[in-house]
Design a protein around this ligand. Structure first.
Ligand code: HPA
Length: 278
């Protein structure tokens, strides 16, 4: 059962506002493979998640678990570096609490990132995919539970991923010289990987990539009125699509191989975003 949150997201947002003078309208969630983006960020403030009441601890290796405020070029951003996952046992309310804090902090546009397995036969490990849409196959929805005052109960997801932000992402992909596809992301709860039969079924449903995150964050962000873009680092071919078996080591290996490109993608996106907004 998704529990109502006892902590008001405005509270951590007020605390962040005390720690930094930056008031970014762009928020980033850095998943597996995208943490290296921080190397190019001019950091103004860092807040470990365990200093933010309401943030669940993050469990996956390579995820630092901190809020970082800084600039890419002239563009101020606030980044959640590392995320808690549903498969760790957290409620989806906890998993998505950071998105509500970003919204309370004044963020209007959100770029979500993750690692995913590629179903589409054109995809190769190390490519990237911008979301055109998603399929929620987690068996859970972060909005389940009591209605939240002032927010829509039945959230429209017709255009979950913003076309204008998608164009910015495509431009950033070209500038970063990486293979950026567009496609449908299907979210499962994990933590086991899929069977080849599941992957064949998901492909028939229209999925191009599969992963264990991001969709709950999109849903909550849309409830909060944020515009959303999302991008996967395709770390592996989905089960049965390649010759061998799947491992987390392979996911980490590919993510490490393309981390510089992933960082450039986010930096270019943020810089172009700033030019349009400013
Ligand atoms: N399946 C689910 N989640 C993933 C995968 C995958 O193949 N690769 C990275 N995250």
């Amino acid at each position: 059962m998704t529990q109502p949150r006892s902590i008001n997201p405005a509270k951590p947002a007020r605390e962040w506002a005390r720690l930094s003078r930056l008031r970014p309208t762009l928020g980033l969630v850095l998943g597996s493979g995208f943490q290296a983006a921080l190397a190019n960020l001019a950091v103004d403030a860092e807040i470990p998640y365990d200093h933010v009441p309401g943030f669940p601890p993050v469990g996956v290796g390579g995820h630092a678990g901190k809020v970082v405020l800084g600039h890419f070029g002239e563009t101020p951003v606030v980044a959640l570096s590392g995320r808690a996952h549903y498969y760790e046992g957290h409620s989806l309310a906890d998993v998505t609490f950071g998105i509500r804090v970003l919204a309370a902090f004044g963020v209007q546009d959100l770029l979500l990132t993750n690692a995913a397995g590629g179903l589409n036969r054109k995809f190769r490990p190390g490519d990237f995919m911008a979301f055109s849409d998603h399929i929620n196959f987690m068996g859970a929805n972060p909005l389940r539970g009591p209605a939240l005052p002032g927010l829509p109960r039945f959230v429209d997801l017709t255009r979950a991923y913003d076309p204008a932000l998608g164009k910015l992402l495509a431009r950033a992909g070209r500038a970063a010289r990486l293979r950026l596809h567009t496609g449908v992301y299907l979210a499962v709860s994990g933590p086991s990987y899929e069977t080849p039969a599941e992957i064949r079924a998901f492909a028939r449903l229209g999925a191009d990539a599969v992963g264990m995150s991001t969709v709950p964050e999109t849903i909550v962000a849309r409830q909060c009125g944020l515009r959303v873009a999302a991008v996967s680092c395709l770390t592996n071919l989905a089960a049965g699509r390649g010759g061998g078996t799947l491992s987390h080591a392979e996911v980490l290996e590919t993510a490490a191989r393309v981390q510089v490109q992933a960082g450039r993608l986010l930096e270019n996106f943020a810089i172009n975003y700033g030019k349009i907004r400013l």
